[in-house]
Design a binder for this molecule. Structure first.
Ligand code: GLU
Length: 476
């Protein structure tokens, strides 16, 4: 953490918001309405564990209800507090607006170190927390739909969904009360890796625009780029894995809680991940150099830095030393407002959190729609699509017979073309489309206005403008 006093996370988000609205023409009242967090509910509840009652503190913050339900994850971490939950809820509002998922912004958190509890204890705690939120409609398919965040995953979402269903036995849409559920409990294919995939699609889109790559002082494609990732949790792991295995990037540094691993030749992401799962950290991993002071690796020479862990990790104490010309914020709020200013002056290009990590909520949206429509994506069309493709293939085969040696289909064409898209492919296609369109909407503002010099402000302008339009449409 910064030794110098910096604004809190929420104030940092407000400062960034203010920088954007300063360039917009909104009535001050509306500006204020959008900025403020509508409500934060704090709950303290007791759970009998290990022979005694333990009290837990949880939050659910609703930032903006210009669209409902409101959406956002539930975080389990010891440092959870109201300021943090409100900052994250605000980011959800802007994130949803930017990627056009029809939700307002919300976020929840429970002050707990989940590693200190057994699975059955976590279940008791989660069910009790879910009960407290559900009875106030802070979990509800049409009002407020949580999802995983740091410290939570499919397992917790399944407990929450089940708890809600028990409390609402006749609600046919009960499953849509939470997203990020396991596939066999109403989830959707591709949700687990969605945020990491989104980071990959965001970078691909960035590198499709040579002008933008040049703005970061780089050239070429993703292939061969050196990447440092901070945090090999769900988001960091998937992003690093896909970028290395599918785009030819080299993961030259991985920073974890207990230190970092570096290797200029590129680390084996899956092997490092397995090591972390089995040993609780990166120390003693054999095939790389271990650096005890992991934070120093943030300052290592590389092409792309992916902070995928906590907020505030790039702050006034280290911003000046960051060498990466491109930062993509896979975590929420990893760069403080002060650090953002320093980096902007240095010419670092930052792909902002509200865009970069929006893959999670985008696929959550697909899951929610799937739950409400009670049918898996692709179930109706897939075979019909295959039948129509078969017609084309039959005709091509007829042509190839007719032409003899002069022409034939490529060996794998038939197999690739015939297959209709399954749910996973449709999810990926929807996510890719979302990430491309949202990037272009930010980019238009970034390059289209002389007073906008960075992607973050561009993202805020696009998002705030959409939220403002919703409020206006409501007559506010
Ligand atoms: N917790 C994730 C985020 O910060 C996902 C939210 C969601 O899927 O609703 O974006």
């Amino acid at each position: 953490m910064a030794a110098v006093q910096e604004p809190s996370f929420r104030q940092s988000v407000d400062l960034m918001f203010n920088r954007a609205v300063g360039l917009m023409d909104l009535p001050p009242g509306l500006e204020q309405k959008i900025r403020v967090c509508n409500a934060t509910y704090t709950v303290r509840f007791g759970v009998r564990l290990r022979g005694e009652i333990q009290t837990f503190t949880g939050y659910r913050s609703v930032h903006s209800e210009h669209m409902e339900p409101v959406k956002g994850g539930i975080r389990y971490a010891i440092g959870v507090n109201q300021d943090e939950v409100e900052a994250l809820a605000a980011l959800m509002t802007y994130k949803c607006a930017l990627v056009e998922t029809p939700f307002g912004g919300s976020k929840g958190g429970l002050c707990i170190d989940p590693r200190q509890y057994e699975e059955h204890e976590l279940e008791l705690i989660t069910r009790r927390f879910a009960y407290e939120l559900a009875k106030r409609d802070l979990i509800n398919p049409s009002q407020n739909v949580p999802a995983p965040d740091m410290g939570t995953g499919e397992r917790e979402m399944a407990w929450i969904a089940d708890q809600f269903a028990r409390m609402n036995t006749t609600d046919i849409n009960a499953k849509a009360c939470v997203t990020g559920k396991p596939l066999n409990a109403g989830g959707i294919s591709g949700r687990v890796e969605a945020t990491g995939r989104g980071v990959q699609y965001a970078l691909r889109e960035f590198f499709r625009n040579p002008e933008d790559v040049k703005a970061a002082g780089m050239e070429g494609k993703l292939d061969g780029k050196r990447i440092v990732v901070q945090g090999l949790g769900n988001v960091g792991f998937h992003a690093a894995k896909f970028l290395a295995s599918e785009d030819g990037a080299k993961i030259t540094g991985i920073i974890e809680r207990d230190g970092a691993l570096v290797d200029d030749r590129g680390l084996d992401v899956e092997a490092v991940h397995r090591w972390i799962v089995n040993h609780g950290g990166v120390k003693d991993y054999a095939d790389a150099t271990y650096v005890e002071d992991g934070a120093k690796v943030l300052e290592q020479d590389c092409d792309i830095l992916i902070p995928a862990a906590l907020e505030g990790v790039i702050n006034l104490t280290n911003a000046n030393n960051i060498k990466a010309p491109l930062i993509i914020e896979a975590a929420n709020g990893p760069v403080t407002a002060g650090a953002d200013e320093i980096l902007r002056k240095k010419g670092t290009v930052i792909i902002p959190d509200m865009y970069a990590n929006a893959g999670g909520v985008t696929v959550s949206y697909f899951e929610w729609v799937k739950n409400l429509s009670h049918i898996r994506f692709g179930r109706m069309q897939r075979r019909q699509e295959e039948a129509r493709h078969q017609l084309v293939v039959d005709e091509l085969e007829r042509l190839s017979d007719h032409l003899g040696d002069a022409w034939s289909m490529k060996p794998d064409f038939k197999q690739r073309y015939l297959r209709g898209a399954d749910e996973l492919e449709l999810v990926r296609s929807g996510l890719d489309d979302t990430m491309r369109i949202a990037y272009q909407s930010m980019r238009e503002v970034w390059h289209g206005r002389d007073d906008v010099t960075d992607l973050r402000v561009a993202a805020y302008i696009v998002a705030i403008d959409r939220v403002a339009k919703s409020y206006r449409a409501k007559g506010l």
